[in-house]
Ligand binder design. Structure first.
Ligand SMILES: NC(=O)c1ccc[n+]([C@@H]2O[C@H](COP(=O)([O-])OP(=O)(O)OC[C@H]3O[C@@H](n4cnc5c(N)ncnc54)[C@H](O)[C@@H]3O)[C@@H](O)[C@H]2O)c1
Length: 676
């Protein structure tokens, strides 16, 4: 297909003539069949809803087809409308657009649906099993058409993948405002997602899937490396590094698949269990897993060798994580670090497979007897925790890795709880183990403002990425020289990371880079990129963004805000304020999501995209928006009495005259002890 034909199709949107029926491509990874949850009348409503996108003349044919899709897959994806052209992050100039900002968004959005990047591309799922970019292909076609035709005086409004329309606005307004999964709070349980997603009126956007900010595996490899490195520092007791130490976890999927690679970068021995042979094969053939074992005794013998030689190596166990933990517990194997990264944000719909039955039997049970499947999942979680508890009693450090493991295992009745501080479900619950944010990422990174800043070169040219890497290193090294002791380690880790980034070959899809930086680092790097674009040292606009999993972007009591202890961890003001504040300070697009990471109803998170095009307008926007985007969260964390955040916001107030943050007064605990 020529570039002209591609542009014509994009501008056309939904075709006038019915495209041919698509065959189901069995060579691709597909979303599992979703729960059959709608009543007879609701199924009719789902089909009626889907038909809204099409002219009447198609209805007789499509109604039948959509009803069949709903029956077979539990959702209406409108497979027939999947375009013929290859979807990937093309150089920005290949897209048709009137607004360069909209062109940059098309580049980002397309990356989320690239076959090399997305987990279930035909179901428009980027990662995490249900992290959707759109609910169906009609939404994709319409959105691309709107982006191709809109101007810088318009804003596209998106409700959970559905493009509501383009509305008049102004050049400083966001080009897109995205909301995903926003529900009336009482309708935000897991089955509500199943039901309202099947009806076609909402979706689970995960964090970076439905916000067009996913950059492939690099983001998660970097985040996991930083986490494992810092976890290693926590347990090191004077030993210099992770050499010869064993890290055990589960999952070789979209995000979890980063664990073996990251652990090896951090110098450890990784042992990761994976139940799905396809997922194991993918990571093994990619070189992220060095060796695969299905015999536990052989695996244990191999661990011994690696430990003695202090090898940095990744070993996969093809099987259920419960079997792995139970074997290690039975044989008293020494494990230094433990975690879990099965998809427990989605525990009873295929995110976690129960022990005692094969993967195939598990899938069958899920489709035919979901109630029994749920019981088996809960039994497995209890067994898993029992084995983990034994290894912890022998010295292992276990942490929850942001997948709702403690939450779901606790709900299943596992032996996990310390006495509650306050009665009531959720409130004041204390687990025996901490989440990685409570112990590692919160105090070491987020409270200082360090979080996953990223950028994408819309030229798709590796040379531009190389230029941006060099600029970022220079900026960070300059900051490092004058940085206070408290943040030197984080800066050093990230300077090292970016120097090694090309060697680690983590670019899949768009030309993207990630590193952890604070407000000062993010603003200075962005300003330097903008200058370089103006001077034509970078050939096309650069998109800035971040993971929602950040300082200010996410309110999630068992993850990003797990180290907030004033009760406000169950509120979502910070994330909502962040989204709104970014929108009026110059973001090119903003997004607000229910769900992401730990699951529907458990988290509110938001993010942004900011297009740098070398202009003064870009410079004004980046300074204003990035400052707020980080300092909002630090201010909130400092109000929650987090000492690292108080340090960071006081430092910022000294630098920034217009900033006045309400600081907490400390209370003498003795006054409280005798009070009630
Ligand atoms: N901490 C973070 O920064 C972070 C980041 C991203 C995702 N997450 C969370 O981590 C989880 C995993 O994300 P993902 O994208 O890898 O999901 P995924 O569904 O792609 O991968 C999970 C893998 O676990 C495997 N699995 C399920 N049950 C198993 C069992 N009993 N034994 C062995 N393997 C089993 C699955 O087959 C799957 O391959 C999600 O809940 C996600 O929200 C955390």
């Amino acid at each position: 297909m020529t570039s002209k034909e591609f542009q014509k199709i994009i501008k056309h949107g939904i075709p006038d003539k019915l495209p041919g029926v698509r065959t189901y491509d069995v060579t691709l990874n597909h979303a599992p069949k979703r729960k059959d949850i709608l009543s007879h009348e609701e199924k009719k409503l789902a089909v009626k809803n889907a038909l809204r996108y099409f002219p009447k003349k198609f209805h007789a044919v499509l109604a039948k087809e959509f009803a069949e899709e709903l029956k077979t897959y539990g959702r209406i994806y409108m497979y027939r409308f999947r375009p013929d052209y290859k979807i990937y992050a093309r150089p920005i100039g290949e897209y048709p657009f009137k607004s360069k900002q909209a062109g940059a968004i098309m580049h980002m959005l397309s990356n989320n649906l690239d076959y090399a990047v997305a987990q279930h591309p035909h179901e428009l799922i980027t990662y995490g099993g249900n992290g959707a970019v759109f609910q169906n292909w009609a939404q994709y076609l319409l959105t691309m058409k709107y982006l191709a035709t809109m101007t810088d005086e318009q804003t596209l409004v998106m409700y959970s993948g559905h493009p509501l329309g383009i509305f008049p606005s102004h050049k400083d307004a966001p080009r897109i405002v995205v909301t995903n999964g926003m529900m009336i709070p009482n309708y935000s349980k897991q089955d509500d997602w199943e039901k309202f997603n099947a009806l076609g009126v909402t979706q689970y956007g995960q964090m970076t899937a439905g916000s067009f900010m996913y950059i492939g595996p690099q983001g998660i490899v970097h985040g996991t490396t930083i986490t494992i490195l810092n976890a290693g520092r926590k347990i090191s007791k004077g030993e210099p590094d992770l050499a010869g130490k064993v890290f055990v976890s589960s999952g070789l999927g979209g995000m979890s698949g980063a664990q073996p690679k990251a652990a090896v970068i951090a110098g450890a021995i990784a042992v990761i269990a994976e139940i799905n042979p396809k997922a194991t094969h993918t990571r093994h053939s990619q070189g992220w897993v060095d060796e695969v074992f299905s015999d536990l005794d052989k695996l244990i013998a191999r661990i011994d060798i690696a430990r003695n030689k202090k090898e940095a190596v990744s070993l996969a166990y093809q099987g259920n994580i419960v079997d792995l933990w139970e074997k290690f517990a039975e044989k008293n194997i020494k494990i230094e670090l433990g975690s879990d990264q099965t998809s427990l944000h989605n525990p009873f719909a295929g995110g976690y497979y129960p022990a005692g039955i094969s993967f195939e039997e598990g899938k069958k049970m899920l489709a035919e007897n979901p109630a029994q499947f749920k019981t088996e999942v809960q039994k497995s979680l209890v067994r898993q925790v029992t084995a983990i508890n034994k290894l912890v009693s022998q010295g292992m450090y276990f942490f929850d890795y942001g997948n709702a493991f403690l939450l779901e295992a606790g709900r299943a009745g596992a032996d996990l709880f310390l006495p509650s501080l306050v009665l009531g479900e959720g409130l004041g619950v204390r687990y025996k183990y901490l989440s990685y944010v409570q112990d590692i990422m919160g105090p070491m990174c987020f409270d200082f403002g360090f979080g996953p800043f990223r950028w994408v070169c819309t030229s798709a040219d590796p040379k531009d990425l190389e230029t941006t890497d060099k600029i970022a290193i220079k900026v960070l090294e300059t900051i490092y020289k004058k940085a206070p002791e408290e943040i030197k380690q984080q800066l050093a880790d990230n300077i090292h990371w970016i120097k090694e980034a090309q060697k680690n070959k983590l670019v899949v899809g768009s030309r993207a880079r990630i590193l952890y930086a604070d407000a000062e680092g993010r603003i200075k790097i962005a300003k330097a990129f903008n200058d370089a674009i103006r001077k034509k040292k970078i050939s096309a606009p650069v998109v800035l963004g971040r993971d929602h999993h950040d300082v200010s972007g996410t309110d999630s009591p068992f993850r990003e805000t797990a180290n907030i202890y004033d009760g406000s961890q169950f509120t979502a003001d910070m994330a909502v304020q962040n989204f709104v504040g970014d929108a009026f300070r110059g973001a090119t697009w903003v997004s607000l999501h229910n769900g992401g990471g730990v699951g529907w109803g458990e988290v509110i998170n938001g993010g942004f995209g900011l297009v740098l095009d070398g202009t003064k307008d870009s410079e004004r926007r980046l300074k204003s928006m990035l400052f707020w985007d980080v300092n909002n969260g630090i201010a909130r964390r400092s109000w929650a009495r987090n000492k690292e955040a108080i340090f960071a916001i006081e430092r910022e107030m000294k630098r920034t005259k217009n900033l006045k943050v309400t600081l907490p007064n400390t209370v003498d605990e003795k006054i409280l002890d005798t009070l009630l």
